[in-house]
Design a protein around this ligand. Structure first.
Ligand SMILES: NC(=O)c1ccc[n+]([C@@H]2O[C@H](COP(=O)([O-])OP(=O)(O)OC[C@H]3O[C@@H](n4cnc5c(N)ncnc54)[C@H](O)[C@@H]3O)[C@@H](O)[C@H]2O)c1
Length: 290
């Protein structure tokens, strides 16, 4: 039933050239959707779409299709144009996955306004741009589903990733509030809050053109210690689409991430009070490694 939900649907996925976005696009194509593989890295978006299309053409099951688009999600006009053209050429827009994002972290005392502006632009304004592009179309259609990728960091305290976590809390707030308004228009909104997922993001660090922040943690190492071994992106994509089909409002996966969120809701003070000790041990280890 959850697979059939996407058969014949149209979907835009941003940040679809890598990691979670790529896996979402692959799973959507596998379930029969026509997918716009949108990414700032146009060459990789193109290669991804070609690869997904080849898999669809040679697969055993009935499959959808993949088309590439070079889009910088911080450019509202470019995103809106791309989404509008795709919807016009494919008979509407059923799903908008606002997924593109970057990690920006380090101790706040080490960071400049440039760090904050970048992460707000790429992680938050991008989602607002995606909503601005898709929501009016969906209202006009009287149907559609906006799915925003936030993070477990959007639900619980995330020291050393405060700028990132700030944007992800905002994406959660945007999504759950909009969900209530959008219901009156027949439009659905969900927010995805993944734990630690095996993608290139875990090894990227802060964008290279920003001033270096010595306290930026090794994200893979820190999150593995705090939450556990990274979960495969393909498995996450299956979990997410199954729950999108059920119109779940807040999609937290994998199970370990759900447990952390549950513990935080049960005793927020405990998690906050424990954090300084755990973070001190992580930063001390990092200092010793250097
Ligand atoms: N990997 C994790 O553990 C994890 C956990 C929780 C949430 N997330 C979130 O999942 C989303 C995807 O992350 P990922 O782990 O797959 O990372 P990734 O680095 O593998 O992929 C991110 C993709 O976004 C694209 N992108 C970056 N800036 C862009 C822009 N301005 N315009 C268009 N595309 C842009 C990149 O080119 C890349 O292809 C992000 O929003 C991230 O915050 C990731």
């Amino acid at each position: 039933m959850q697979r059939a939900h996407f058969n014949g649907a149209t979907a835009v996925v941003t940040g679809a050239a890598s990691g979670i976005g790529r896996s979402l696009a692959a799973e959507l194509v596998d379930r029969g959707a026509t997918v716009l593989v949108a990414d700032i890295d146009g060459d990789v978006a193109e290669a991804t779409a070609v690869d997904l299309q080849r898999r669809a053409d040679t697969g055993a099951r009935a499959h959808g299709s993949a088309l590439p688009a070079t889009v910088d999600v911080t450019d509202a006009g470019a995103l809106s144009q791309s989404v509008g053209r795709f919807a016009a050429e494919h008979g509407g827009l059923d799903f908008m996955f606002n997924n593109a994002g970057i990690a920006v972290g380090g101790e706040v005392s080490d960071l400049s306004l440039a760090h904050w502006r970048r992460v707000v632009d790429v992680n938050l304004m991008s989602v607002i741009h995606g909503v601005a592009a898709a929501y009016p179309l969906m209202i006009e259609q009287g149907r559609g589903h906006i799915v925003n990728t936030a993070s477990l960091s959007g639900l619980v305290p995330s020291p050393l990733l405060v700028p990132y976590s700030t944007t992800k809390h905002a994406v959660v707030g945007l999504s759950i509030g909009l969900r209530v308004e959008a219901a009156d228009h027949g439009v659905r909104v969900s927010v995805v809050c993944p734990g630690v997922i095996e993608t290139p993001l875990l090894d990227k660090g802060n964008p290279g053109d920003l001033p270096p922040a010595a306290s930026m943690p090794d994200i893979r190492d820190m999150l593995t210690q705090l939450i556990g071994t990274p979960y495969p992106a393909a498995a996450l994509a299956r979990d997410v689409l199954d729950r999108v089909a059920l119109n779940r409002p807040i999609i937290v996966a994998p199970r370990r991430a759900k447990a952390v969120w549950a513990a935080y809701r049960l005793a927020p003070g405990l998690l906050i009070d424990q954090s300084p000790r755990r973070i001190r041990s992580i930063t001390a280890r990092r200092a010793a490694d250097h």
